[in-house]
Write a protein that binds this ligand. Structure first.
Ligand SMILES: Nc1ncnc2c1ncn2[C@@H]1O[C@H](COP(=O)(O)OP(=O)(O)OP(=O)(O)O)[C@@H](O)[C@H]1O
Ligand SMILES: [Mg+2]
Length: 323
């Protein structure tokens, strides 16, 4: 019998789950390629370390954008290298399960099928990453009972309302982890005349980013390039400045969750009010976001136990169901 391999191609992180082996790859979705020879230099963590730090002879690529492959060949190479790292040479004996974002188009699905072919896989299955994350966060999907799960990633936000294991409402939001990073970059450039890279913006978000004003207004020293002098320059950025960058974006998220609730049948909405909302994905770790959603929607919100790995953890359970 063919084995299952689950691949969660995230904008920021790629997870690979192999039936019988567990999670064999959990690293950034980054690949470094030698431009001249087209050979792969590094993937994952080691490639991510090279972002913004190499010469033009090395192409450091993030091939997944908004949860789908934006560049086919680097995506295939990334998966092949990741599989090689864990001792899997080809996928002839495997069926692939891909996690997909809520708004995936038929063309994007076709691209994933082509990737499965290029990897030599047998059959290809797709499932919504928020549903997989729902399984992976320990939610019990009881027959005909309603649940609302929000998966907050780097490039996508996927909101689903389920009845049992069927998706009734499937929504996306413009809100995402990358959108926050871009807002911080813009703020530093416009208000503080400082140019920083995307990794620095992400670091600021993780270190002092918060959805709520904190009584203790922490400062972080950030190094970048002064726009006027073009020389290296340090500025101190505060928690509340970052909060001001994030605030308009979190409103987008609340609007999207409310849109999903408006489309939810009343009996299911009543279940959700009782059982609460579950959030997963790396952006669910943003300080204060759980409390903010809870306060804004007026429904209890629980953070999934291992939010970044929820989708991949859910694949194990899901594979048993589709067998
Ligand atoms: N402590 C933290 N605070 C704020 N954001 C965080 C934290 N930890 C991780 N993140 C953010 O989580 C995001 C990565 O989450 P995740 O791995 O779920 O995304 P992904 O699956 O790669 O993306 P997508 O599913 O949207 O394609 C990044 O934007 C990262 O900056
Ligand atoms: Mg994801």
């Amino acid at each position: 019998m063919k084995k299952f391999i689950g691949i969660d191609l995230g904008t920021s992180n790629t997870f690979i789950y192999v039936e019988g082996k567990g999670i064999v790859f959990a690293e950034p979705s980054v690949i470094a390629i030698d431009v001249k020879s087209s050979s792969v230099l590094e993937v994952g963590y080691l490639a991510a370390k090279m972002i913004g730090r190499t010469s033009e002879e090395i192409d450091v690529i993030k091939p997944i954008q908004r949860g789908v492959p934006a560049r086919m060949n680097p995506t295939i190479k990334l998966i092949k290298e990741a599989l090689k790292k864990c001792g899997i040479k080809n996928l002839n004996n495997y069926n692939i399960l891909f996690s997909t974002p809520s708004g995936i188009t038929p063309i994007e699905k076709k691209a994933l099928s082509e990737i499965a072919d290029a990897l030599g896989a047998n059959e290809v299955y797709f499932e919504n990453q928020a549903l997989l994350a729902c399984y992976g966060s320990g939610t019990t999907l009881k027959e005909n009972r309603g649940n609302l799960h929000v998966n907050l990633g780097a490039g996508t936000t996927n909101i689903i309302v389920t009845s049992g294991n069927r998706i009734l409402v499937n929504k996306t939001s413009l809100f995402s982890g990358n959108l926050i990073d871009e807002a911080i970059l813009r703020y530093l450039r416009k208000q503080r005349h400082l140019l920083v890279g995307s990794k620095t913006a992400e670091y600021i978000k993780m270190k002092i980013g918060s959805v709520e004003f904190t009584p203790e207004n922490r400062l972080l020293e950030v190094t970048g390039r002064d726009i006027l002098s073009s020389l290296p320059h340090n500025v101190n950025i505060s928690t509340n400045e970052v909060k001001n960058c994030i605030a308009p974006l979190t409103e987008l998220l609340i609007d999207s969750i409310n849109d999903a609730l408006v489309l939810t049948p009343p009996e299911i909405a009543s279940d959700i009010t009782e059982t609460g909302i579950v959030i997963s994905g790396g952006t669910a770790l943003l300080a204060g976001i759980r409390e903010y959603i809870e306060k804004s929607i007026n429904i209890a919100v629980r953070l999934a136990p291992d939010p970044v790995a929820s989708c991949c953890n859910g694949m194990k359970q899901y594979m048993k169901l589709i067998k």
